[in-house]
Design a binder for this molecule. Structure first.
Ligand code: NDP
Ligand code: RET
Length: 263
């Protein structure tokens, strides 16, 4: 696949990011590469519900259409911390932030249907559990498992969202991008070392983007809404990720935590 396919197709793309300077530098590269000037950078800090609401408000005022939402941002192996809203950081950034953002933008996605929501998960979801009795990790915290739990939440969110979106023309997919040579390992000295040593065997960021792009752009994926993809193919998920009761409970708890009502 070529670089930046949706931009080459003439789409307007928003880079929603916490570091606007970093976003602008990426946007300049993409503009130069695609000759499409329609790359816009906006501030979005997924660890802060105020920032998510401000981004969504600005976006909805600016844009009458939204066809593809890629919930890509993620953090891994963070030392224990809570966000301004009082949520454990992995849960907040990797799950609740995307959950709230999708909720706020869903009306526009429905109006623009056919439309798609792509949620970045991970093979790490296999080791995840939803610890409803201790969602904020106050009783027990392990930073590797905290990441795995949040990535399971991404698969369960995708599953429940697909169920609720049936018949709307909006479909959704969960993605494992592969093991990618990115900055995700920044909090672990050991993984930074492994990533360097094994760098030639890891996917490049370009390769890592292909499954997300496939789910966002490939024709005929609508019957697979709610499924999990790796290497551009529907792939097996863990038994917990197939648990509809767990998906529904996580949905309800997420709404309660965020103080939202999702019909
Ligand atoms: N790399 C891999 O091997 C794998 C990655 N994944 C998933 O892929 C997705 C992309 O990760 P990857 O590109 O590898 O990792 P990177 O760390 O390179 O990219 C993650 C991005 O998320 C952004 N981000 C982090 N916190 C926030 C926040 N609070 N608000 C807004 N943006 C934020 C980062 O912003 P900033 O640039 O400012 O740091 C960064 O741009 C993640 O969801 C990850 O879990 C899944 C499986 C394997
Ligand atoms: C042991 C080992 C590796 C480690 C892989 C790990 C630890 C991957 C974790 C990936 C995660 C958690 C991705 C994010 O979701 C390498 C570097 C592949 C090289 C071969 C030896």
């Amino acid at each position: 696949m070529q670089r930046n396919p949706s931009l080459r197709a003439g789409a307007r793309v928003y880079i929603a990011c916490r570091d606007v300077l970093k976003g602008e530098s990426a946007a300049s590269e993409i503009r130069a590469d695609t000759k499409n000037s329609q790359v816009l950078v906006r501030k979005l800090d997924l660890s802060d519900t105020k920032s998510i609401r401000a981004f969504a408000e600005g976006f909805l005022a600016e844009e009458k259409q939204l066809h593809i939402l890629i919930n890509n941002a993620g953090v891994m192996l963070c030392p224990y911390s809570k966000t301004a809203d009082g949520f454990e950081t992995h849960l907040a950034v990797n799950h609740l932030g995307h959950f709230l953002l999708t909720h706020l933008l869903l009306g526009r996605l429905k109006e623009s249907a056919p439309a798609r929501v792509v949620n970045l998960s991970s093979v790490a979801h296999h080791a995840g559990k939803i610890r409803f009795h201790d969602l904020q990790g106050e009783k027990y915290y392990n930073r590797s498992f905290a990441y795995c739990h949040s990535k399971l939440a991404n698969v369960l969110f995708t599953r429940e969202l697909a169920k609720r979106l049936k018949g709307t023309g909006v479909t959704t997919y969960a993605v494992h991008p592969g093991i990618v040579r990115s900055e995700l390992v920044r909090h672990s000295f050991l993984l930074c070392l492994l990533w360097r040593l094994f760098s030639p065997f890891l996917k490049t960021t370009w390769e890592g983007a292909q499954t997300s792009l496939h789910c966002a752009l490939a024709e005929g994926l609508e019957p697979l809404s709610g499924k999990y993809f790796s290497d551009c193919k529907k792939t097996w998920v863990s038994p917990r990720a197939r648990n509809n009761k767990m998906a529904e409970r996580l949905w309800n708890v997420s709404c309660e935590l965020l103080g939202i009502q999702w019909e």
